[in-house]
Design a protein around this ligand. Structure first.
Ligand SMILES: Cc1cc2nc3c(=O)[nH]c(=O)nc-3n(C[C@H](O)[C@H](O)[C@H](O)COP(=O)(O)OP(=O)(O)OC[C@H]3O[C@@H](n4cnc5c(N)ncnc54)[C@H](O)[C@@H]3O)c2cc1C
Length: 468
């Protein structure tokens, strides 16, 4: 791996607390996944690293203020929005995005007032069949005693303990061999001792000789088709995977609040030229329809990055369709540059030749994580990808490629150059030492409750720790 000798790195984070989706996305019953935080905390002890929490770039601090003080800026601000289905009824009470539900049970301040009405619900439908969808299903179905020692919020535990949800249907547009979930997450759901998986899947979704399937799909087929022993204790809880259904409309129950009562779907079928056992098989709408009863529904069809105010002033063209900052395969931010002009400059007569564009690196700007390649991939792949970006920055530096302020020179002040501006806006920046105090206070709250930690559910509470 390439290195920049004596490089100084400042990391800005909009929340007082670090770790992004590792803290606010990864399921609370998967604590081992969060071990990557330890590596990060070791790095944060470097004297050449500064953590600046509670500063939202583009809002508390404009990008234009940062630019003079750095040689390079790396955009790594993740995916803060979710994809919508754009069908009628999507905003009915009882219809949630998985992003807000996950944020709610993980203590993300933005979603602490969500109040999912699980007490009056028996039927839950999750639309989408990725691992986030299965996380939501598992949290809905796992006995709360099993979640109690985790870092799930007390508020979420309390709501889940009063939940009357007994049926969770996880719905996908395609079949089991095309679904985005991975085998570990399916197996975990199948292994919850008090929950039935029903109905057992139609064998027609799989080839008669499963050995012909690629390894990953073969394992998925084995786990889905395996005849597990039934629940060890009497139960009414069940979950199912429903395939080849495309949502068309959420329907309300017509009462005063009109909350969700059912969801209409179009039945899909494999396209005539599709191989139904292939991962990429296409589906098309059939004439059939289906309706599923639902008191509560979760849309889990993906996250989406948003643009950052001030990006365009730096010449960065945010790609709204893909939800990424355009970049070359190494994480260099690129922008289209015209190589020919429609107008002949000497005569001002329009030229008939088409405009040609090439993509050029915008000096000093790089990206990493989900805003670099879209909201897919696990922590390990996101880390690899970040290492690649760091590598290319070091290589560019070594080869004297252009960086920010190449001609006039950066002030080299970094955070010190913008700190006063941030403070003058009444923003309280949070240092790594500050975070460690918040961390300790959360763990202390957790100890009293017999759990790993009890997160603060608001920025105000987090900052209050620092006043004491
Ligand atoms: C629900 C869910 C569960 C997951 N579970 C797993 C799992 O079990 N195992 C696994 O390996 N992977 C899991 N992942 C994937 C993993 O979380 C991601 O791969 C990874 O977190 C993406 O990293 P990132 O840095 O791009 O984004 P993030 O982790 O979202 O980090 C981006 C950070 O930028 C901050 N930010 C945003 N805007 C601004 C701004 N304007 N100014 C300053 N800061 C800003 C955000 O607050 C956030 O802290 C899961 C993802 C989700 C959504």
């Amino acid at each position: 791996m390439n290195k920049v000798q004596d490089a100084i790195v400042d990391m800005y984070e909009q929340l007082p607390v670090p770790y992004g989706l590792v803290r606010f996305g990864v399921a609370p019953d998967h604590p081992e996944v969060k071990n990557c935080q330890d590596t990060f905390s070791q790095l944060a002890s470097s004297p050449r690293f500064t953590y600046i929490g509670n500063v939202r770039i583009g809002h508390d601090l404009p990008l234009s203020s940062l630019v003079p003080h750095y040689n390079a800026i790396i955009f790594s601000y993740g995916a803060s929005e979710d994809k919508r289905l754009n069908i009628p009824g999507e905003d009915l009470p009882g219809v949630h995005s998985a992003r807000e539900f996950v944020g709610w049970y993980n203590g993300l301040p933005q979603f602490q007032s969500l109040k999912p009405n699980l007490e009056n619900a028996t039927d839950a439908v999750i639309i989408g069949q990725g691992n986030v969808a299965l996380d939501v299903a598992r949290i809905l179905l796992t006995p709360t005693d099993k979640l109690r020692g985790t870092d799930i919020t007390e508020q979420a535990l309390e709501t889940l303990s009063r939940s009357n949800v007994t049926s969770v249907q996880v719905v996908g547009r395609r079949g089991p061999l095309q679904a985005a979930f991975t085998v570990k997450e399916v197996r975990e759901l199948r292994n919850i001792p008090s929950v039935f998986f029903s109905p057992i899947l139609d064998n027609g979704f799989f080839p008669s000789d499963k050995n012909k399937l690629p390894r990953v799909q073969k394992r998925i087929a084995q786990v889905l088709l395996k005849d597990y022993p039934g629940p060890s204790s009497p139960t009414t809880k069940r979950w199912s995977l429903e395939f080849l259904l495309s949502p068309q409309q959420f329907r309300g129950n017509g009462s005063s609040h009109g909350s969700l009562s059912s969801i209409d779907f179009t039945r899909m079928e494999y396209a005539p030229d599709a191989d139904p056992f292939s991962k990429s098989a296409k589906v098309i709408p059939s004439d059939g329809t289906a309706t599923l009863f639902a008191d509560v529904a979760f849309r889990s069809v993906g996250y989406k990055s948003a643009s950052l105010p001030g990006l365009s002033d730096l010449g960065v063209p945010f790609d709204r369709k893909l939800g990424i900052i355009p970049n070359d395969p190494y994480g260099r931010v690129i922008a289209p540059v015209s190589t020919s002009s429609r107008t002949n400059p000497s005569t001002s007569i329009p030229s008939p030749e088409p405009i040609n564009f090439i993509a050029k690196h915008i000096p000093g700007l790089y990206c990493a994580g989900w805003v670099k390649r879209g909201p897919t991939g696990v922590i390990a792949s996101t880390m690899d990808d970040a290492f690649n970006t760091a590598d290319v920055i070091a290589a560019d530096w070594a080869s004297n490629a252009l960086f920010l302020n190449h001609e006039e020179g950066s002030t080299g002040l970094g955070w010190k150059g913008v700190k006063d501006e941030v403070i003058s806006k009444g923003v309280r920046p949070v240092s790594w030492e500050d975070w460690k105090r918040i961390d300790e206070a959360e763990k202390e709250r957790g100890r009293k409750l017999g759990k790993e930690r009890e997160k603060f559910g608001s920025v105000k509470e987090m900052l209050k720790v620092l006043d004491s």
